[in-house]
Design a protein around this ligand. Structure first.
Ligand SMILES: [Zn+2]
Length: 475
């Protein structure tokens, strides 16, 4: 029997207006090539980089949220290599003294909690982008020098599902702290996954394959699954990998392919960046950032399940998005009804958002309007069916106020005892057969009578009152 040993490196673009060491705009998405570049991020001789203080702040914030120890002393180093997307001839990164070390996060996989260690978090700058065309290669340096953080995990994961859950949780945490938008479609978050195989019970680490540049959760999980299967076959044939390699992944073929033998640190000739001072993080600075940390997803999860009575699935879904959680908290507070707020947000609203491929930020139903709708149900002004059906539909489509919708469409619940009694009496008179059945012990006959009253009132009768009146009439 074999087991997989998986570690991950996550590169996330730090949410900043400008680049890591110069004042160029860091917004490179769908921009004209090379409009955001200057002598500093192009590596011209004699130019001096300056550390973007906000990159350090956001890096520290992410580090704290990932339970890392932020080092009081860290420094930048040059990682030397030549490639056309790297005009400086080196990347500015952090080698032996990273910003933060020794963190961890908990992830849930198939109902089980698993802790994944984080080796380090360091800051670095990004390379440019190459586009290969028929008769050459085009270089776009808009991304060159954009601030990144690299989060390196311990080799604690044992399956593609665990790696996926870890990556999703890191994305959630980065978004919660505002340290990265982590939008993979815009290339703001990418993964490298290292995979090796060993016999179960063995504690040694065997040579690994590092899968480079995975840019979706699906690619991440598929590539790991493929690599695990391939390496287990090699073990079974008695020919496990004898050296570390770097591989790529193609979604179309669903295969990894050999790129090169893996580089060691020696290959990069790291040395301290002579043009930048070290980073000193004081206790006061840490305390200041700690105070800015919002309630984190795991804390929200605990609050939702233990104090608000949500199921695990509901709490996980709502806590996974900072914006959705904020929206939910508002609805719950304004309506004063946690249970109905949960129902409306986790099922009715989510179903509509998913169907329309929308984010909560694009939704026309404000948290106040949804809270008002819940209050109307609780006050007996409309039925729950009416609320989650016709009224919610209209709110979702047009963003209208629920009070107005109910007024204009005459959807208000009939809670007038006199009026309801009259209808009940009529239905009882018209359905003597069912009345006899009920008296004879057939409970479901009552349901039929309630149904007739609902039909007569077009679903607007207050069901609790109808039940009470009917029982009085025939019980
Ligand atoms: Zn620049």
């Amino acid at each position: 029997m074999f087991e997989a040993v998986i570690g991950m490196e996550i590169h996330a673009q730090i949410a900043l207006q400008s680049k890591m060491f110069c004042s160029c705009s860091s917004d490179s998405f769908e921009k004209e090539p090379n409009i955001n570049a200057c002598p500093i991020c192009m590596g011209f001789p004699g130019q001096l980089p300056v550390i973007n203080e906000y990159a350090v702040r956001k890096g520290v914030k992410a580090s704290l949220a990932l339970n890392c120890e932020v080092q009081s002393f860290s420094k930048f180093d040059r990682k030397n290599y030549f490639y056309p997307d790297l005009p400086k001839g080196f990347q500015i990164s952090q080698f032996d003294e990273p910003l933060a070390i020794k963190g961890w996060i908990d992830v849930d996989v198939n109902g089980e909690r698993k802790r994944v260690g984080i080796t380090r978090l360091h800051l670095e700058d990004d390379a440019g982008k190459l586009t290969h065309v028929e008769n050459g290669t085009l270089c776009d340096y808009n991304r060159s020098g954009v601030a990144l953080m690299e989060i390196v995990s311990d080799p604690d994961m044992r399956s593609a599902a665990e790696a996926g859950a870890y990556a999703r949780m890191v994305q959630t945490i980065l978004r919660y702290t505002g340290s990265s938008d982590a939008d993979m479609e815009k290339g703001m978050m990418r993964f490298d996954a290292s995979v090796s195989i060993r016999p179960v019970g063995d504690t040694k680490l065997y040579p690994r394959a590092e899968i480079k540049n995975l840019n979706s959760f699906k690619s991440l999980e598929s590539a790991i699954d493929y690599e695990i299967e391939k390496q287990i076959e090699m073990w079974e044939e008695g020919k496990p990998m004898d050296k570390e390699i770097t591989v790529g992944w193609t979604d179309i073929k669903g295969k990894t392919y050999f790129l090169r033998n893996k580089e060691g640190a020696d290959d990069y000739r790291y040395f301290a960046e002579p043009d930048l001072p070290p980073v000193n993080v004081t206790e006061e600075f840490l305390e200041e950032i700690r105070k800015e940390l919002p309630e984190m997803p795991t804390e929200k999860f605990v609050r939702y399940t233990e104090q608000m009575g949500m199921s695990t699935a509901e709490a996980e879904m709502i806590a996974a998005s900072k914006d959705l959680a904020k929206y939910f908290d508002e609805v719950a507070e304004l309506s004063g009804d946690n249970k109905r707020a949960t129902t409306f947000v986790s099922t009715i609203l989510m179903a509509h958002l998913n169907k329309n491929v929308m984010e909560i930020g694009e939704c026309k139903v404000t948290s106040k309007a949804l809270a008002d709708l819940i209050k109307m149900v609780n006050d007996g002004k409309i039925s729950m069916n009416m609320a989650k059906g016709e009224v919610f539909e209209e709110m979702f489509e047009k963003g209208s106020d629920p009070v107005k919708i109910v007024e204009e469409k005459g959807l208000g619940q009939v809670s007038d005892a006199g009026e309801l009694s009259k209808i009940c009496e009529q239905v009882v008179a018209d359905n003597s057969g069912s009345v006899e059945d009920y008296k004879g012990g057939k409970e479901q006959a009552l349901g039929f009578l309630v149904g007739q009253i609902m039909k007569a009132t077009k679903g607007k009768a207050n069901p609790q009152m109808v039940n009470d009146i009917l029982k009085k009439l025939i019980g």
